[in-house]
Design a protein around this ligand. Structure first.
Ligand SMILES: *Cc1c(COP(=O)(O)O)cnc(C)c1O
Length: 396
């Protein structure tokens, strides 16, 4: 396969600016050349930190012009030290599509869709897993294990196969067939469980030491979020280094919101964007809405959701380790959190393709399903530039 990132000499541009890992809560630091999951002291997610002060004088947006149309174009702010370790399937910059007809229906002339369905495996999980598997290769990790609600498992399966690293996958037995079959096709070691992603997470946590697995649960592994933050970099670049007024994002584990929030802070530190942030609107399903409930109750962390049930499998995440980070990004950005019914998601799965020709997964459709209520509640106004994230494509 022709892999465009291999035709680009990252050595010319790529210096290693990764400094260390830092706890997102207690700020303790850890070396980046050792494999860590979460903070040893407080158990919260670790963030990669870069020598931004060294980059400020040397790196300019104009330098991106000659780079490939791939998330790897932002290599200075990515955590892979030796480009030879990059495990890529051609992660294209995803299009930002003007949804004019859909926007007219809602009175929103500036409605845009960032269409993540174009990525390898058909969802934005590819961004996180290309990064995590590349870093695992760099750190010479031998086995990877993941609890997944579906798309992360598919993405890990293919990138791990490409890297030649065995993958151990645990997911609910009612995960969409597409995800089950793709894991099998890519030769992953798949275990289907009678439970949810949180139960799968417990199995990985209990067995990983005995089995010698490295746990790549989202935000319990520091680099998937680094892949996901590139959604924010691409958006800023596509809008000429400005940010929209509103981002509407279907939220499960929250890695996308947390990643974009982190990425925007990095761009501001470099002086590439200003202080303005989009209002982050987190959309969940009524059958599993822990972040919405916490947001409505003014809490800074979320209670586990009981009996989680929704057709949007990527949103069926009863508890997220990064809950406090998601809620902080929503609060500090002046955003909100909102739940939609499965019925409304089903309707939106028709509305988006019939108006704009964009096929969507239930999770992406949830952002469309939320629009009416967001406008009625004055959380979006007609002059806002609004970007919806279609996080994956339609899968039968
Ligand atoms: C995982 C997933 C989500 C949720 O993403 P987070 O960043 O973990 O909140 C949304 N949509 C799809 C299609 C997913 O696979």
């Amino acid at each position: 396969m022709r892999n465009e990132t291999q035709h680009f000499d990252y050595h010319q541009v790529m210096q290693n600016y990764l400094k260390h890992l830092e706890c997102s809560s207690c700020k303790e630091t850890f070396p980046h050349n050792v494999a860590y999951n979460v903070c040893y002291t407080c158990g919260k997610p670790l963030f990669a930190r870069y020598a931004l002060e060294q980059l400020t004088d040397t790196w300019q947006p104009s330098q991106l012009k000659s780079r490939p149309n791939s998330m790897w174009r932002y290599s200075e702010l990515l955590p892979i030290c030796d480009p030879a370790n990059i495990v890529s399937l051609g992660e294209t910059v995803t299009p930002l599509i003007h949804a004019k007809k859909l926007g007219e229906q809602f009175g929103l002339p500036e409605l845009w869709i960032k269409d993540e369905s174009r990525l390898p495996t058909g969802s934005f999980k590819a961004r996180g897993l290309t990064m995590a598997v590349s870093k695992a290769k760099e750190l010479k990790i031998k086995n990877l294990a993941i609890p997944s609600a579906g798309n992360a498992a598919t993405a890990l399966s293919v990138y791990a196969a490409r890297a030649g690293i065995p993958a151990y996958i645990f997911m609910p037995n009612d995960t969409p067939t597409f995800n089950i079959e793709t894991c099998q096709l890519a030769g992953a070691n798949l275990t289907l469980i009678d439970g949810l992603i949180t139960d799968a997470g417990r199995i990985v946590a209990d067995q990983k030491i005995d089995k010698g697995w490295f746990d790549v649960s989202t935000l319990k592994e520091p680099y998937r979020v680094e892949g996901k933050k590139t959604m924010g970099f691409e958006l800023a670049e596509q809008l000429g280094w400005t940010l929209p007024d509103v981002i509407v994002y279907p939220t499960g584990g929250g890695t996308g919101i947390v990643g974009m929030w982190k990425g925007f802070a990095e761009l501001e530190a470099l002086g590439w964007i200003g202080k303005k942030r989009p209002r982050f609107i987190s959309v969940q399903a009524e059958g599993c809405a822990p972040i919405v409930k916490a947001w409505k109750n003014g809490l800074s962390s979320a209670e586990p959701w009981q009996n989680a049930k929704t057709i949007a499998s990527g949103l069926r995440v009863p508890q997220a380790i990064g809950d406090f980070l998601i809620l902080e990004a929503i609060r500090k950005s002046g955003g909100a959190a909102i739940a939609v019914t499965d019925e409304a998601i089903g309707d939106a799965m028709h509305l988006l393709p019939t108006t704009e020709g964009i096929l969507t997964c239930p999770e992406g459709a949830a952002t469309v399903a939320a629009l009416g209520k967001l406008i009625a509640d004055n959380l979006i106004t007609t002059s806002d530039q609004v970007v919806l994230f279609n996080t994956g494509g339609y899968q039968s």
